[in-house]
Ligand binder design. Structure first.
Ligand code: NAD
Length: 277
């Protein structure tokens, strides 16, 4: 359980959801944790994002494991904020060994009515945000000759879907970025891999706006009303997976022993990967 002892891990979007799960699991295995999250809603996103209280709660869960934790209300789309967070972490903890570029938003609208603001939000948070995270951590990892970078794409990084032009474009982009970064950083002891989750049970999918989009025939759809719709997106008969299923793969890819796995996209999507790329 101490396989990350002495390591330092940065997780973006770490205030809640999958990011929180990754942070606590890495801390339980010995890593000190650096958490970034914007902690602010966006006018282009029609469900609430995390709050400062959520970020504090994740930090408390990390500290309860006995590990140290730095937090910052940093927007991944803001390169200066990401550089500042990495500089603070390297000055406080001396290093960042693992970076999980997890922060992201879901923006849903048919392409013919998708606004410039929605497009920019999806590309800014989901694609430029991953670039900024990789760009901010890479120089220190190169100096130390060691790094494990895990990016979070989506099953929509390998397919399209209705209402998902901006989100899918951003998540396809993450895969191109990940593979290219893996090649750039290969000489430096740094691996870069992507995970492509299916439906994961977090506030990103469990919110009124998405429920209404999935069941426009109902006034106030509940989880049981959207469950069959989510299930149809997977091959196995399960509507959504727990965040810990993604965490298992983060731990695998972030491990020291995964030194020679780089540039891959690992789907965790209840068999949906069998249908396509
Ligand atoms: P979530 O909404 O619970 O968590 C996302 C976190 O990212 C929130 O805390 C939010 O405040 C933060 N965030 C958003 N934009 C940010 C920005 N620009 N800068 C910093 N923080 C920002 O959702 P989640 O399911 O935990 O999402 C984690 C990742 O998984 C995202 O990249 C998402 O696109 C991806 N993903 C989710 C699903 C799913 O079904 N939940 C499926 C595939 C991929």
């Amino acid at each position: 359980m101490e396989d990350f002892k002495g390591r330092v891990a940065l997780i973006t979007g770490g205030a809640r959801g999958q990011g929180r799960s990754h942070a606590v699991a890495l801390a339980e295995r010995g890593a000190d944790i650096v958490l970034g999250d914007r902690c602010e809603d966006s006018p282009a996103v029609n469900y609430p994002l995390a709050t400062a209280a959520d970020l504090d709660e994740t930090a408390e869960l990390v500290r309860a494991t006995g590990r140290r934790c730095i937090t910052a209300e940093a927007d991944t789309a803001d390169r200066a904020a990401m550089d500042a967070l990495v500089a603070e972490a390297e000055s406080e903890f001396g290093r960042i060994d693992v970076a999980v570029a997890n922060a992201g938003v879901s923006v849903a609208a048919p392409v013919q009515s998708l606004t410039q603001e929605q497009w920019s939000e999806a590309i800014g948070s989901n694609l430029t945000g991953v670039f900024n995270t990789v760009g901010a951590v890479a120089p220190g990892m190169i100096r130390r000759g060691y790094g494990r970078i895990v990016t979070i794409s989506s099953m929509l990084g390998r397919a399209g879907n209705t209402n998902m032009a901006a989100y899918a474009a951003s998540k396809w982009g993450v895969i191109g970025l990940t593979k290219s970064a893996a090649l750039d950083l290969a000489p430096h002891g740094i691996t870069v891999n992507a995970i492509a989750p299916g439906n994961i049970s977090t506030p990103m999918i469990h919110n009124d706006a998405l429920y209404r989009m999935m069941r426009p025939d109902l006034d106030a759809p509940a989880a049981e009303d959207v469950e069959p719709v989510f299930r149809s997106l997977h091959a196995q008969p399960v509507a959504w997976l727990d965040a810990t299923e993604i965490t298992r793969v983060v731990l695998f890819l972030a491990a020291e022993g995964s030194a020679h796995i780089s540039g891959i996209v690992l789907p965790v999507d209840a068999g949906n990967a069998a249908r396509g790329l």
